[in-house]
Design a binder for this molecule. Structure first.
Ligand SMILES: [Ca+2]
Ligand SMILES: [Ca+2]
Length: 345
């Protein structure tokens, strides 16, 4: 304000002097010149506020030009930079904000180079090219010329399917555009396992129990692996377990637990199966064992439990003697377990 008052006094003194010494035409011209000078002077910041610029921006400056309290400079990479006072928009950044360090001045003139756009899928697919969760697609856009005008926002893909193409387009401020895409294979559904032969919770007679088996299907990425196992203690309680994985990494396990109880009928059937499969390699021995089982069943049917148990014990003795001989060791163990179960129950 002090500076302004001094200017006004100077203006008034010159005007008074002019009234005395100059004609009306000269007075108007002088007044106009003084007014312009004063307006410019008042608009300028005080000397104390003039920034003391230190160009620390790490770049190779090719050319620098100083204006009225501002600097315009060109880097060796062709980009234009400016800093300093900006009350009249002299920095060319479209604002009136003073800048105390170099800012890049962008424009669209001469930019004919499309932007660079890259895409990434998160999480990345597995080695089979599949995801088993939602996938977020992110785009990264860059433009060394006029700068990026628009870049696609991230997209979360939740839909299952094969060959889903997600495209994104980047546009620079000169209107050049570039697109890229990613192909997604998403499978979030477990394989379907079907166990057949045995049923969960069922009870079967030893030798009459059906053979457990399974099928597995997968409608999207397809079955990658599957396997089955039969576990159990002494052969009375068994669990058939199937594990399957699809190519997207969805893994599921299904099991059927069932009981196998030794009965004389079941033991009969088992001996015949073992003879047919070669686990018992002598028909005479097989017939002898079958005869013992029938006699034991008859004795039990008459209510003579002790006689039945004695016959089954003779059965066990014969199997034990033939184990590893005419009866395979594994088959002998099953027969002995079954006969022991019949005696104890
Ligand atoms: Ca461009
Ligand atoms: Ca699947």
């Amino acid at each position: 304000m002090k500076k302004l008052r001094n200017l006004m006094r100077l203006f008034s003194a010159i005007r008074n002097f002019s009234l005395m010494k100059l004609g009306a035409w000269s007075l108007r011209l002088l007044s106009l010149l003084l007014f312009c000078f004063a307006a410019m002077f008042v608009a300028l910041p005080s000397e104390a506020a003039i920034p003391q610029q230190t160009v620390t921006h790490n770049a190779c400056w090719a050319s620098i030009s100083a204006g009225v309290l501002h600097i315009i400079a060109l880097k060796s990479d062709g980009t234009l930079w400016a800093w300093g006072y900006n009350w009249a928009g002299q920095l060319g950044d479209g604002t009136n904000t003073n800048r105390w360090s170099p800012i890049q001045i962008t424009g669209t003139c001469g930019d004919t180079v499309p932007p660079v756009v890259t895409v990434s899928a998160i999480p990345a697919p597995n080695t089979n090219g599949w995801n088993n969760t939602d996938v977020t697609v992110r785009f990264t856009c860059d433009d060394a010329g006029s700068g990026i005008a628009s870049c696609p926002s991230p997209i979360t893909v939740t839909t299952e399917g094969t060959g889903q193409i997600i495209t994104g387009t980047a546009v620079d401020k000169a209107g050049n555009s570039a697109s890229t895409f990613v192909t997604l294979n998403i499978d979030k559904t477990y394989p379907v396992i079907t166990i057949s032969g045995v049923s969960n919770g069922a009870t079967y007679a030893l030798g009459l129990a059906p053979t457990a088996s399974y099928t597995v299907t997968d409608a999207l990425s397809g079955v990658a692996t599957s396997n089955a196992s039969l576990t159990g203690g002494d052969g009375l309680g068994l669990t058939y377990t199937v594990t399957a994985s699809d190519n997207a990494g969805n893994t599921i396990t299904v099991s059927a637990a069932y009981n196998v109880i030794a009965t004389t009928d079941g033991l009969n059937s088992l001996i015949q199966q073992m003879l047919a499969s070669g686990q018992i390699d002598n028909a005479g021995i097989a017939n002898s064992l079958l005869s013992k089982v029938l006699n034991a069943a008859d004795a039990a049917a008459r209510g003579n439990v002790q006689a039945s148990d004695n016959i089954m014990q003779a059965f066990i003795n014969q199997v034990t003697a033939q184990s590893g001989q005419h009866i395979s060791a594994s088959a002998a163990a099953i027969l002995i377990n079954a006969a022991t179960y019949i005696i104890n129950n």
